[in-house]
Design a protein around this ligand. Structure first.
Ligand SMILES: CC(C)(COP(=O)(O)OP(=O)(O)OC[C@H]1O[C@@H](n2cnc3c(N)ncnc32)[C@H](O)[C@@H]1OP(=O)(O)O)[C@@H](O)C(=O)NCCC(=O)NCCS
Length: 215
């Protein structure tokens, strides 16, 4: 088995972003899996669509590498657990231009850190988190599983970001003020967050205000 092979799950507009990240990390993208069977046998961006998630979950996945590209973090978490249960490996992919402190703790499972990101000392990034280019996690902050940071989003120091929160592009969680972002919360693009945000709240603006809550 070629241990450099990796398979991507999810075929959509974000697929080429993750193809390039995997390649930058030294993997060979051996094929894609789509969420249903519609496109099996087609190609996307020159890569073969090998089958559906259901097809994949019938195979022996021992020691095969996977990268999950879907934006829905609840689906991503559940598919990840299934793959791991069947012996699959979901390596963290850290772009070579990212700067990760040796005192940071980044999970080896399914973390996707794109180009020019920074993760400071004593920061923790748990499994399944996604950091798009130039995202920054400042020191002593904690990203819980499956959180998402858009491009140039900035998590200030001493801030806990609970699982599946979404931190929009170019937003800033002000150090020592935002402190806690709740589960499934969403911070709008370009926002400046100066208070804790509760679970499922959607906040935006400068200073960020609550727009509504997710159902
Ligand atoms: C916050 C967000 C989810 C709101 O989307 P929405 O529910 O469709 O809301 P609407 O666009 O209808 O906007 C509702 C109000 O909030 C304002 N608003 C929306 N997004 C805003 C933002 N980021 N900052 C400030 N105000 C914002 C709108 O102007 C509107 O104000 P109004 O009622 O006075 O006209 C969305 O605008 C956003 O910022 N998404 C994040 C995108 C992102 O970062 N993606 C990452 C890609 S890698």
């Amino acid at each position: 088995m070629n241990t450099n092979n990796i398979y991507l799950l999810g075929v959509g507009h974000a697929t080429p972003l993750f193809i390039e990240l995997a390649e930058a990390c030294g993997y060979h993208v051996a094929g894609l899996y789509h969420y249903n069977e519609d496109r099996t046998g087609e190609t996307d961006h020159g890569f073969p669509i090998l089958g559906s998630f259901a097809d994949l979950l019938r195979e022996d996945l021992t020691d095969k590498n996977f990268c999950l590209t879907m934006g829905d973090m609840a689906i991503k978490q559940s598919v990840s657990l299934n793959l791991i249960h069947r012996g699959g490996v979901i390596p963290s992919l850290i772009h070579p231009t990212a700067v990760i402190s040796r005192f940071a703790d980044v999970s080896p499972c399914g973390v996707l850190v794109d180009s020019y990101c920074e993760i400071d000392s004593n920061a923790t990034v748990e499994e399944g988190c996604v950091l798009r280019p130039h995202a920054m996690v400042s020191h002593d902050s904690h990203l819980f599983p499956y959180t998402f940071m858009g491009p140039k989003a900035y998590v200030g120091a001493y801030t806990d970001v609970e699982s599946k929160a979404f931190i929009g592009q170019c937003s800033v969680l002000v150090s020592g003020k935002a402190k806690h972002i709740g589960k499934d919360a969403l911070v709008g693009a370009g926002s400046v967050v100066v208070k804790p945000v509760s679970d499922k709240a959607i906040v935006a603006g400068n200073p960020a205000r609550i727009l509504k809550y997710k159902p």
